[in-house]
Design a protein around this ligand. Sequence first.
Ligand code: SF4
Length: 379
Amino acid sequence: MNKHLPITDAKLHPIYDKVQAAERLSFEDGITLYESPDITGVGFLANIARERKNGNFAYYNINQHIDYSNVCILHARCHFCAFARKNIETEGAWEMSVDEFLDKAMYAIDNGCTEIHSVGGLHPKLPFEYYLDMLRGLKKRMPQVHLKFFTAVEIHHFSRIFKMSIKEVLVALREAGLDSLPGGGAEIFAEETRDKICPGKLSAEGWLDVHRQAHEIGIPTNATMLYGHLETDADRVDHLIRLREQQDESGGFATFIPLAFHPANTRMAYLPSPSGLTDLRNIAASRLLLDNFPHIKVYWIMTGLKVAQVALSLGADDIDGTVMEEKITHMAGASTPESITVEEIIRLIREAGKIPIERDTLYNEIIREGNRWYRKKAA
Ligand code: SF4
């Protein structure tokens, strides 16, 4: 090994050879990435893979998060969740009307957002028309804005309570204006750990099946992994490899987002928050193992801005967006702001030595002229 390379752990040397040759990494390689004490070496390897895919660019977007309701039938089941409430009478519960939702979304137009991201709890009573009306109303008011709505767990819930197949739900939502699905609800796929942190939630197979079916009809999606709770390194590698296999088969994942567990106000509040190094290792390992994912996003809301900035040199090529009114992580004690300005994002990216590119949800570059914006199609 060249003495100038910043790899001190000899166990990483064979992985270096594979990364240089763009060879796929194995399960055992993944374990080595998680166990190596040489985080600088792991990050160095991830940066090779990152630059091969995305050069020196770092993407961000201008988006708005709106969570339509936090009433959820699984409120007692997901032990990591500080967001859900039993019903609308419970303290801290909310449920927006379609008009309230549409009014809130006017922020997106006023602030040049290219995306609205919306998820909610598994509501027991709202009719299917409610979800369709939200999408239709938005598409009518802001046809240019990309609508990234509903996790696979919500889609499965709609299928169950409205007695429709997954495909029928997806087709109806797409006809109403849905453009893509976010990646939430994946948590950790490994059954034993999944049963401990969210017993009774949609299974790993169920989650992957919703994404498979979305890809089959041309709806792109994202993927996530929740880390920093009870999962083992083997669980993490297993999760990433199951995603890689799904991507080989159906090919519709745009980006992967590792999500740091925030324990405050959850039933797992006895656990410590994941450290900055754990955040960075998950970014780096996912970049290296997910060789068929075009992008790895560091979600600054969960990692904090400082870790997110460093992650741009250790595998991440996307820092998410302006966000606006994030609720899910802040109800679990996140100390990050609920939104940041475009100027701050650009400054952070430039300071990290990267070239900022504003993107839409599907990584088309956004060009702005005064108050107008348009998409430059990805090459
Ligand atoms: S994680 Fe989602 S499904 Fe689970 S309780 Fe929270 S809102 Fe409900």
